[in-house]
Design a protein around this ligand. Sequence first.
Ligand SMILES: NC(=O)c1ccc[n+]([C@@H]2O[C@H](COP(=O)([O-])OP(=O)(O)OC[C@H]3O[C@@H](n4cnc5c(N)ncnc54)[C@H](O)[C@@H]3O)[C@@H](O)[C@H]2O)c1
Length: 136
Amino acid sequence: MTDYLSSKVAIVTGGMSGIGKACATALVEAGARVIVADLKATDATNIDGSLVSIPTDVSRPDECSALIRQALQQFDRLDILINCAGVFADYPALEMDASNWRRVFDVNLHGVFFCSQALKSNPRPTDGIKKPEVFL
Ligand SMILES: NC(=O)c1ccc[n+]([C@@H]2O[C@H](COP(=O)([O-])OP(=O)(O)OC[C@H]3O[C@@H](n4cnc5c(N)ncnc54)[C@H](O)[C@@H]3O)[C@@H](O)[C@H]2O)c1
């Protein structure tokens, strides 16, 4: 596992908290270099050389494309995308107003699509890997 991941570069959306943070930490521990893409990431700060944060709103296609471009500039390859950015409305769906309903779909559904599509349209073949692996 460590050998397999040591040459890999991963993007983890929503990696500042919860499931995404746990995924980012596990990937770094396994030897991967990780880009955390999160609304809460304040700057493209190189935390320790193997963990970098890039502020991103995954509900915006332009920001997803910029994320992929910036990540490729920094690491020159991308192998893994883990889509963990998400919002949760802690009350019944039928009590949600329209803007909150739309926000859930914009982030949780469309954000996965925009990030995955941005990555797919920017593949950079390396080490015989023709396309990045996408984890939803
Ligand atoms: N934790 C659970 O047990 C659980 C179970 C089922 C489903 N989920 C869902 O999985 C998702 C993640 O859960 P979690 O517990 O890690 O949540 P969390 O709130 O701890 O983390 C979500 C992260 O996503 C980021 N984020 C939110 N909107 C964003 C956006 N537009 N662009 C980029 N980043 C954004 C937040 O800043 C945060 O860092 C949520 O949608 C949640 O509802 C969680």
